[in-house]
Design a protein around this ligand. Structure first.
Ligand code: GDP
Ligand code: MG
Length: 174
């Protein structure tokens, strides 16, 4: 029997402005929790979750920025060897959407050219405060060849789908 308890291992890295909900998305997916109040930043570099798709065990190593989201302060080492990037913005925060081109420049500069990038609009439970329409985000994602998904870490909306769809795409391109 193999020593390894998985068939595939992928590294997924979350990026995007501070406050958009990256840590909450990771916590929701890996622990099933939505942390109340402040202090959502976890004190580790990555979390692990193993999922099973079509009989294959896929180990996901999910990296979250520990409060270092400012451009250029995330070093190349963070992007290095990422198989997928989850570029997150907050649908109630226009500013987080307007920063996306800067994040794409970082990706261009630091990530490997094979990387799969998913654009995520988080906090859809706050629909009444929406500042970025789904159509606008879809159009932007389309111009960049990114897959687009809207989520709520709070309500657990589309969070599982986000990571499982990504795992499926990673296997199909592995
Ligand atoms: P990060 O800086 O990108 O890691 O963002 P955090 O995960 O720390 O979340 C920032 C704030 O947004 C916290 O107050 C969270 O409670 C809140 N938040 C995160 N995700 C959601 C969501 O889906 N819905 C709502 N309403 N709030 C969220
Ligand atoms: Mg965080």
């Amino acid at each position: 029997m193999s020593m390894e308890d998985y068939d595939f291992l992928f590294k997924i890295v979350l990026i995007g402005n501070a406050g958009v909900g990256k840590t909450c998305l990771v916590r929701r997916f890996t622990q099933g929790l939505f942390p109340p109040g402040q202090g959502a930043t976890i004190g580790v570099d990555f979390m692990i979750k193993t999922v099973e798709i079509k009989g294959e065990k896929i180990k996901l190593q999910i990296w979250d920025t520990a409060g270092q989201e400012r451009f250029r302060s995330i070093t190349q080492s963070y992007y290095r060897s990422a198989n997928a990037l989850i570029l997150t913005y907050d649908i109630t925060c226009e500013e987080s959407f307007r920063c996306l081109p800067e994040w794409l420049r970082e990706i261009e500069q630091y990530a490997n050219s094979e990387v799969i990038t998913v654009l995520v609009g988080n906090k859809i439970d706050l629909a009444e405060r929406r500042e970025v329409s789904q159509q606008r985000a879809e159009e932007f994602a389309g111009t960049q060849n990114m897959y687009y998904l809207e989520t709520s870490a709070k309500e657990s909306d589309n969070v599982e789908k986000l990571f499982l769809d990504l795992a499926c795409r990673l296997i199909s391109e592995a």
